[in-house]
Design a protein around this ligand. Structure first.
Ligand code: T1G
Length: 709
């Protein structure tokens, strides 16, 4: 018996416990241990049935993803082969009851489907999230799940990949019983109930597989939906193909088809990119000079300065995490408006079924308001979210320094301003840090945590931990202009304007990027955030631009004529009352006039060049950020772009994508743009170095993220 799986007995019931921390993944030795335990129970005459359960905080969170990386990188020769082992469990002559708590995901739920019965705590999560890794279930899940819950729901679970609560899964037959209280005791009792009865084998069921006539429209609709919702991605369509095979082929043949489709996905660049993002997101909390055991400061109350769009969204995030919030603004009207927006957003979430009204009422009770700084004395942490000007930030921080208790963390939601300059207005720069949320703060997962020159390690450790509690992906970045995300975004949106000035229609620029996979085109993003925001930043920092650097002008003209984007119903596009965008016939006329005046030669620009100039502008600036030490790892930059800027996870983020294309090729292209478009395209020294040495961003490591030079 492997030491990852142990067997104990509750009188006539064998209890098989999987113990492979932290998430009981099906690492080598676990599936084998389960089979050996089931076979041992079978041979033991005193045993009537078995219960399979996970030790620690969860059941099985899936196959061991690290083994997939070994497989696709050729460092592991033999096959993972969980499926044949699950057949042995299913063929046991004594019932095997799986008892689920925490998560049963991917291979974990496939193990559960091969068992004869499934019981779970009501709040356990069950799901097939493989598509988040660019793959499909590969241990019989696409064959057993439709047999258990029907074709449509199986398609939903395998293409969307969102786990469901066990209580809900019990409604549609995936879970046989939800167990309140002691799970093991409940499972053992259930096992006693079913012992000696005919054993149901999922693979032998067909009652829920439907008929070809019934299924044809379901599969057609599912494919249409997948093509629209998951543009360019292969795994969702592969999952639908595999489930269709389950309705048309015998189980074993269906599993062969599943395996063929699984391998096609696993060895694809899309899956390698998504698995990279999975591990990159789990790497970001690891800060070389801040050990895991660094003490953190308890944060049981948060005060927020500014009840505007960002302040209100941040208040919701804190309340959703169960942390009492005190929201301040300068006058009652502003406070009432802020609370009104929060209530409207919550009402939308209830309407969409994301939250219950009861949940929202509880959250709203956690949000209190004030007009007085003096009420901040008890707050463990403050998040400032006022208008983005340095004089105002400095005034606010001087006030906070006066009223906040000793040991409180004082943070700013600034998206571009210098954290050290803000901290210098206080007597406690060690307690000052950047907490840069992304709009809408209650939706976007990304949180840039900005380390100042004097920010204390326990303050950083506390904010990294807090980001997880707030449901965010917290990435530590250095204090440079625009930090990481926005610093890279400036050349990206600038290049989009240059492309328009050289003859590309705004729609063509945006379409090239969305066809390529970006959630939204750069010009449409400008309209969403407000063209005046980037306009102010361009003006404020123009003096810092490289001498002789080309300056974009068309967007400035749009702003100067009051076309600020969605908020003025006109920017690059025009917008209707529901903020739906459409091309504005005024734009081509305006552009033609302005560009004729500029005498910039016009030409047809192919989509491929548009994509290269946009994406490589991110890569080149990302390389500078890495070599200057404002980001710890290339994976951190990828995590930022996938979670904050709509960069497709199946391309792995800008740095991973560049590695996939090959840095030599990227460098050659950047050099070409440098020749054609000037100093702004000067290749980053790190890009040159890695390209010439045949290395990658992925294996580039540097010392801890630094403060300002
Ligand atoms: N394999 C290997 N390591 C894993 C893992 C897995 N499946 N899941 C988590 N880890 C590691 C993770 O890297 C981290 O390591 C630590 O565990 C804690 O994770 C055959 C093909 C379960 C919801 O997609 O979604 O089964 O950084 O920080 O926030 O058909 O982990 O500490 O060294 O995320 O509490 C399908 C993946 C696999 C689920 C827990 N399963 N995991 O979240 O902890 S494919 C999944 C998660 C498959 C079959 C197919 C989450 C979690 P370290 P964590 P958490």
């Amino acid at each position: 018996m492997s030491d990852l799986v142990r067997v104990t007995k509750e009188q006539d019931i064998a209890v098989i416990t999987i113990d492979n921390p932290p998430v009981n993944a099906l690492s080598p030795g676990v599936p084998e241990g389960i089979v050996a335990a089931v076979e041992q129970a079978e041979k033991d005459p005193s045993v009537k049935a078995s219960v399979l359960i996970g030790a620690g905080k969860t059941f099985v969170a899936g196959a061991d993803i690290k083994e997939f990386v070994k497989l696709t990188s050729g460092t592991r020769g033999d096959d993972i082969g969980i499926l044949p082992l699950l057949l042995k469990v299913e063929d046991s002559r004594k019932p095997v009851v799986v008892a689920i708590h925490g998560n049963a995901l991917g291979g974990g739920l496939e193990v559960a489907q091969a068992c004869h019965y499934r019981v779970a705590t009501p709040d356990a999560k069950v799901g097939q999230p493989e598509v988040n890794l660019g793959i499909i279930p590969g241990a019989g899940g696409t064959q057993r799940l439709p047999r258990l819950i029907g074709v449509e729901r199986a398609i939903e679970m395998c293409t969307v990949g969102k786990p469901v609560r066990a209580a809900e899964a019990a409604q549609f037959g995936l879970i046989d019983r939800a167990i309140e209280g002691d799970l093991l005791a409940g499972a053992v009792a259930f096992a006693r109930e079913v012992a000696g009865k005919p054993i149901p084998k999922t693979r032998e069921r067909s009652d829920k597989l439907g008929t070809p006539e019934q299924n044809a429209p379901i599969f057609a609709a599912a494919r249409d939906n997948a093509r629209k919702k998951f543009r360019n991605q292969i795994c969702q369509l592969a999952a639908i193909d595999a489930i269709e095979a389950a309705t048309k082929m015998p189980f074993e043949k269906g599993c062969d088809e599943e395996r063929r489709l699984f391998d096609k996905c696993l060895y694809s660049d899309q899956s390698k990119a998504q698995i990279h993002i999975f591990f990159a997101e789990r790497e970001v909390p690891k800060i070389p000079d801040i050990p895991k055991e660094t003490p953190t400061i308890p944060v049981n109350s948060i005060a927020i300065v500014g009840a505007g769009t960002m302040g209100g969204g941040i208040a919701m995030v804190c309340a959703n995490a169960g942390i009492p919030v005190l929201l301040k603004d300068t006058d009652q009207t502003a406070l009432d408006r802020g609370i009104g927006t929060i209530q409207k957003n919550y009402a939308m979430s209830v309407k969409r079924g994301r939250f219950t009204q009861e949940y929202v009422d509880q959250r709203m009770k956690l949000i209190k308001t004030t007009l007085n700084y003096e009420d901040f004395g008890g707050a463990d942490m403050v998040i400032e979210a006022v208008f983005e000007t340095m004089p105002l930030k400095k005034q606010v921080f001087a006030d906070l320094d006066r009223v906040c208790k000793k040991g409180a963390i004082i943070s700013s939601n600034t998206s571009t301003l210098n954290i050290d300059e803000i901290a210098a207005t206080t007597s406690r720069p060690e307690a000052v840090i950047g907490m840069h949320f992304f709009s809408p703060a209650n939706v976007m997962r990304l949180l840039e945590i900005v380390r100042g020159r004097k920010t204390a390690k326990d303050v950083i450790a506390t904010c990294m931990h807090l980001s997880k509690k707030l449901g965010k992906v917290g990435v530590l970045v250095g204090n440079c202009r625009g930090f990481v995300g926005n610093r890279m975004f400036l050349p990206y949106i600038r290049e989009a304007q240059f492309l328009v000035e050289e003859g590309a229609a705004p729609e063509a620029v945006d379409k090239a990027l969305t066809d390529w996979g970006m959630a939204m085109g750069p010009l449409a993003v400008g309209d969403l955030g407000g063209l005046d925001v980037a306009y102010r930043i361009r003006k404020e920092y123009r003096h810092l631009e490289k001498p002789g650097a080309r300056q974009p002008f068309v967007e400035d003209r749009l702003v100067e004529m009051g076309r600020l984007g969605q908020k003025t119903a006109a920017g690059w596009y025009k917008y209707d009352a529901d903020r739906r965008a459409s091309s504005d016939p005024e734009i081509p006329a305006l552009l033609q006039k302005w560009i004729e005046e500029s005498r910039i030669p016009q030409r047809q620009i192919p989509a491929e060049e548009i994509v290269d100039r946009e994406v490589y502008s991110l890569v080149n600036e990302g390389a500078r950020i890495l070599e200057e030490g404002y980001a710890l790892r290339a994976g951190d930059i990828d995590t930022i772009y996938v979670n904050g800027y709509g960069f497709p996870a199946y391309r792995g983020g800008p740095m991973w994508y560049a590695d996939t294309v090959g840095l030599k090729k990227v460098y050659e292209r950047v050099k070409q743009f440098h020749q054609q478009h000037g100093v702004l395209w000067e290749p980053a020294p790190l890009l040159k170095e890695l390209a010439e040495s045949g290395k990658t961003f992925a294996n580039f490591q540097r010392v801890a993220a630094q403060a300002t030079d």
